[in-house]
Design a protein around this ligand. Structure first.
Ligand SMILES: Nc1ncnc2c1ncn2[C@@H]1O[C@H](COP(=O)(O)OP(=O)(O)OP(=O)(O)O)[C@@H](O)[C@H]1O
Length: 398
């Protein structure tokens, strides 16, 4: 996938004495020390992050950790003190830190749109006029504007509200207008600064779902600021966690949940339900690490209840459970009790949710679950211990 935004060693310092502050930063001073000595606030320190086209990249952290500061560097709303921020504009990468004003304007008008927490709508304008506002500023002719506005309002389900005033709408609807306004610019990169946090939880969940649905079609590159890990895990393809202006961890949602980098991240994930993030793939024991016998059998579990014989292409040619031929049952169908005398062998695909795997284990006297890829090749096995380790986030002692 191509790169849409590339932050390279970005430092952002607010205040007058930036040179002195940078010197202190390089000497390892903390944000508090820099503030005390120079009066300058360290917004972002040595941040490097690559955001790929079409992904939702979430910036997470406590209040004041620097999420908005980092995001606002993408469209030049925050001045970068040192480092570069490369943004894809047309078919080239523009460094918005060093480019001239005309180029930055071009990036803002054509490549990057923003959605704000407080919607940022103009109350004296109608919904349609709000959605078309950015286009108007960019000098898009009226007929073209009308067409694009109508299309975007339909997309967010507000076509019947086009002529109402923005303040006649509920919070959730106003944020849909905010989304439509950003989409209408047709900018491929969207910056979303806690767009749903002013909304009540039900509306918030609904808009998250709608955004994910829209994203399937629109395939924008989205940088999304949130302080809510559940939200980040739900919508992010990648999550970057910031603390006091520094990136402490960046990775896929499951990396964050399974391998938190430090206590700060651990605290964030403490109350997250791992079942909402993990799949069979994340907890399996790789087929290559399973016990094998000399006559070509592979044991799926330490208790040795289930074993497979594989051909050279890792296809199963024989399966036994408790010493008798096993009957294949997909995890999702494990609710039905086995027929008398039948010994089921449970199986799943890498993307099967951990919850489904656990339900199967529960219904199956904790038998192991076998994982197969799309070509029916055996890739690994999940035992009860693997599930418990993942859920409790404990590693087996070495
Ligand atoms: N324009 C500014 N001038 C001075 N300091 C600023 C400015 N913008 C941000 N800061 C400071 O930079 C630090 C990071 O702020 P930022 O708004 O990026 O945090 P955040 O993680 O987005 O927090 P929140 O979740 O509260 O919005 C804070 O200490 C803040 O006070």
């Amino acid at each position: 996938m191509n790169v849409a935004v590339d932050f390279r060693n970005v430092d952002i310092i607010f205040g007058a004495r930036t040179r002195e502050a940078l010197k202190m930063l390089d000497a390892g001073a903390s944000r508090a020390e820099i503030l005390a000595k120079t009066g300058a606030v360290l917004g972002c320190a040595d941040a490097s992050l690559t955001v790929r086209e079409g992904e939702i990249s979430v910036l997470m952290g406590l209040s004041g950790s620097g999420k908005s500061t980092m995001m606002r560097a993408v469209n030049g709303l925050n001045k970068v003190t040192r480092g570069s921020v490369l943004v894809k504009s047309g078919d080239r990468m523009v460094d918005v830190v060093t480019c001239d004003a005309a180029t930055l304007r071009h990036v803002r008008q054509g490549s990057v749109a923003m959605v704000f927490q407080q919607f940022g709508l103009l109350p004296w304008r109608t919904v349609a006029e709000n959605v078309g506002f950015g286009l108007e500023l960019a000098g898009v002719p009226e007929a073209e504007r009308t067409r694009r506005v109508a299309q975007q309002l339909k997309l967010v389900g507000l076509d019947q509200w086009a002529n109402k005033y923005a303040n006649e709408l509920s919070g959730g609807m106003q944020q849909r207008v905010g989304l439509a306004r950003a989409f209408a610019t047709e900018a491929p990169i969207l910056l979303m600064d806690e767009p749903f946090s002013a909304l009540d939880p039900l509306i918030r969940t609904k808009l998250q779902d709608e955004l994910l649905q829209l994203q399937k079609e629109l395939k924008k590159t989205i940088i999304f600021v949130s302080h809510d890990l559940e939200e980040a895990l739900k919508i992010g393809n990648t999550i970057t966690i910031l603390e006091s202006g520094r990136i402490v961890q960046s990775g896929r949602p499951e990396d964050i949940v399974l391998r938190p980098a430090d206590d700060y991240v651990r605290e964030f994930i403490a109350n997250v339900n791992p079942l909402s993030v993990l799949t069979a793939w994340h907890v399996m024991c790789d087929a290559r690490d399973l016990d094998k016998t000399e006559d070509g059998w592979v044991w799926l579990d330490k208790r040795r209840t289930t074993r497979f014989k594989l051909d050279a292409d890792r296809q199963v040619i024989a399966a036994e459970r408790d010493g008798v031929p096993g009957a294949w049952v997909h995890c999702a169908e494990a609710e039905a009790p086995p027929r008398p005398g039948e010994r089921p062998c449970y199986w799943a695909s890498p993307g099967t949710s951990l919850k489904t795997v656990m339900l199967a284990m529960h219904n199956a006297d904790t038998a192991p679950v076998a994982l197969f890829d799309e070509e029916n090749r055996f890739v690994g096995s999940i035992g009860v211990k693997d599930v418990l380790q993942a859920v409790l986030r404990r590693q087996e002692p070495a």
